[in-house]
Write a protein of this length. Sequence first.
Lengths: 420, 280
Amino acid sequence: MKPVVEVSHLSKRFRLPLDKSTTLKYRVTHWRSASRYRDLNALHDVSFDIPAGQFLGIAGPNGCGKSTLLKILCRIYEASSGTAVVNGEFSAFLELGVGFNPELTARENIYLGGAMLGLTRAQLHDKIDEVLAFAELEDFAEQKLKNFSSGMQVRLAFTVAILARTDLLIMDEVLAVGDASFQEKCFETFNKYKREGKTIVLVSHDLNSLEEYCDRVLLLNKGEVIADGPAAEVTAAYHRMIADHAMATAQDLPVAHTLGDLSRSGSQAVQIMSVGLLDGNSQPSRRFETGDPLILTVDLLAHRDVGDFVCGVALRRSDGVLVAGTNTFLDHVTVPSNPPGGIISIRYTIDSLPLLSGGYTVQIAVEDTTGKTTYDHAHPAASFHVESVGGHIGLLEIHGGWQVERKDDVAADGAVTART
Amino acid sequence: MTVVAQGRGHLEPITRPKSISQRNLNLVRELSITQFKLKYTGSALGYVWSLVKPAMLFGIMYLVFSVLLSAGGKSPEFPVQLLFGIVLWTFFAESTTLAMNAIAGSSDLIRKAYFPRWILVVSSTGSALLTFAINTLLVVVVTLLLGQLHLSWVSLLVPLYIIELAALVLGLSLLLSALFVFFRDLGHIWEILSLVLFYGSAVVFPLGRLHGALLSIAGLNPIAQIIQDIRHCLIDRPGVDSMATLIGPLVIIPILATVAIFILGYAVFNRLTPKFAEAL
């Protein structure tokens, strides 16, 4: 029997442009610099088959290429070389509720979401009551999706997602969105599919689920298959790998040259690509005078959609004393990671540098909005020197105002009261 | 167990139709209708808005060009010509502008779901066609009741010209939507080009007012030819000549240009399709 999925010598190379060439004007005025991009080898020579009826899990650290592999299977990305063939009908859940519109009613969204899967209005029309019943939304059929609770939305999305009969189910961490009982419902459905002899591909971080449900697990690292076998064996190998090289596996992507030798940490889902310091004329500089403008530039690369995230900066004196720090969250600035893959350029402008003479370093941190997960952290990310001419002493230049008045009637000895 | 986990009943999956084109057509229809619906829900006057804009444009243009500048000369048919010109132009301008964002504005869909990408562009044109069809019907009925239409056998050719217009719009939409993903200043460029086309397409004056080389140049523009020929089909009067009468055998050029634009748009779109998901 023919395998459901045949992947042979599959490679995928992303070309990440280093400049923002998204305008015709730029193309016309910079026609000579057409080749400024960085290659990212997301997948390298991956080969495997999936026989019918197998439940295959794909695991690996962030940036290992598993999502890329899935997107190539779903024909969203094109392979750079090699082939990936799916024999038969497939349903892909890269995200629940793709194509749903919050302004439409539940009924209208079922027609739309069903059409995305390839089902016709007539087919859906006959089933609509059954679908609404399964999603437990009979009483809300004519309500707009935007008025639904998130639980109702997930139920509707999941019900629509499993509507089409399919030979192969491709899923990317859909399970992450629901609570424990929703995940249970997902696995119930997977089990049903399994009993019916369907083939399932599941990408997940959750090694326990993979071990429990999958027949076979593929472990990817740096775009290559490093283990392929029975679920228990591969997940055990992965656990060992994590323990052995916790840091090494996290930093599985090349770091931009400017930051190559730094102490780095974090999951690298969003990566600091480069950090620069500019003076008031937007020229790179490492020497500033007190009161000068200083512009800190940070280029970030989101490898995947992690929602909105936070970029923080801190300035430290050369001896490590924390002088000042803030982040985009505190300053009510939103930094979206969506769409992933592009360079996010952040500028932090200090109109007038309050620091006095000395050497300073810049610390950059990229975290999620709760501050619990660090995506990338670099210190020192840059360093600079400040000279001051005013003769102030200490760490910061303070801008007080002096007032002097003479109160002859108070003190006969001519004491002067100084106030700020 | 919470509510989420208790699906009631049993849901038997539906087998998709065998024919891929049936699935695609169904998706085009769903997306077109959805877009059309969304455009007009949420505002109190709803669909009326799609009439207000061309009506305002007609009022202003009529005042400026017909009353103040007497662009229509002595032609009593000029106001109706102007009306048709504006309805056709509004469709052309709105559908191309809308289509520009059809791919770039659906980055979520493109990166998370697979279906042929042209469906997004065709649906965008489809929803613009729906508005256009209703506007046209209204204008035809009103002008017919006012006795301003002069129908004849050539009126039967109107559907052919509408097909030409749809092909032109679709070709341009494919081209613009694909290029816009990579060149975001195309929006501004197209806005300026549209303005040039607007005045070059004799929307606000009878094409017959142009002479010699100017007429030939304007006549080579497919949108001018389509507008003029549809006017001729519906107002069969001297002074409202068909493009063939005005520029002779050269009329083949705008028709060929439409075909060429369609092929170019299709080819460029096909070529760039695999790069959409990565570029967005």
